[in-house]
Design a protein around this ligand. Sequence first.
Ligand code: CTP
Length: 396
Amino acid sequence: MELQGKRIVLGVTGGIAAYKAAELVRLLGRQGADVQVAMTAAATHFVTPTTFQALSGKPVFTDQWDARMPNAMAHIDLSRQADCIVVAPASADFLARVANGLADDLLTTMVLARDCPLLAAPAMNRQMWESQATRRNMAQLAADGVHLLGPASGEQACGEVGAGRMLEPEEILEEVIAFFTPKVLAGRKVLVTAGPTFEAIDPVRGITNLSSGRMGYAVARAARHAGAAVTLVSGPVGFGPPQGVDRIDVKSALEMHAAVMARAVEADIFVAVAAVADYRVANAAEHKLKKDAGGVPPIELVENPDILAEVAALKDGPFCVGFAAESRNLEEYAQAKRRRKNIPLIAGNLIQDGFGGDDNRLVLFDDNGTHPLTPAPKSVLARQLVEHIAHLTGAA
Ligand code: CTP
């Protein structure tokens, strides 16, 4: 529940993407947000207020003279306690009216009368988006401090392809969560490794491990939410990168090593979450091994470079954070790793508590001692780890 207790007014304006706003209400609600929907008259031509009422569990307002508000002050009352107003979709017409300070319906009046931030997800045809007038309005809105979410490029309802499509509901949700996250790593460059590595035996077989990549991805996501520019060097995992994170795909430890070393010097913070194979196959076969070749093929192993230790040894290198997944003696082994690799912070966990799952139990070890975190979903732990890093690096 990443939006627990947040009060959000969701404004829906007239555009075909209005149907996607229905899904956004669900997604915001599922994260614990309290959602109040307000629609423009045009929006009701695309989706009925009843839909939003059913999904938000609250009456939906479309009219500033709505008699359900005892003092005829719907525009003030509805947004009074809001933490933000999110308008999705935000039509060209709506954005033009806001850019010019017009207040000729309930939603624009609420926007003008608000004392909370405004986030808007534009949605319009490519030519409308590129028009001189919209360019002017967008510049004005940015100058006024409106947070613009998107738009995306792609296929449009009118059949054209180009910029102007509304972000998907999941993407808007992600931006809203990011918006509410304190920017404790603003301006920092963070490099993260995640996932397993795959050490080839032959073109179709290899040695790997059960790391899911979820913890590393959660750290990359939390660092980005905290305002950092994040690069994620990832071994093979079965899902896409967190929004706004630059992902570099690698397979083997050697590839991960090369990708990290090429970027480590310019990073401010390096978080090594990947479960890097300690050994690779020295005699990997160029062609598929055949059973009828005779005998059991010998697999010879050689040691892989220790990426974290190498980055930690760089002169003027980044602040380094390691992970230690242990099956027992957590404190002893994690502290030993921290000293051996000469890093200021290591996050330890017992494999049985988190490897591969959604939740985890982390203990942070640094020069000040031991900091056990309450068992929680990886997204929550990642946020706490990022806050701890910010604290140790003097960023927060
Ligand atoms: N690490 C790395 N490069 C390697 C091996 C590990 O960057 N070749 C990083 C991991 O990303 C993690 C930490 O080092 O942050 C783990 O330390 P390590 O001692 O290698 O852990 P294990 O491989 O689990 O060690 P051991 O097998 O001795 O427990």
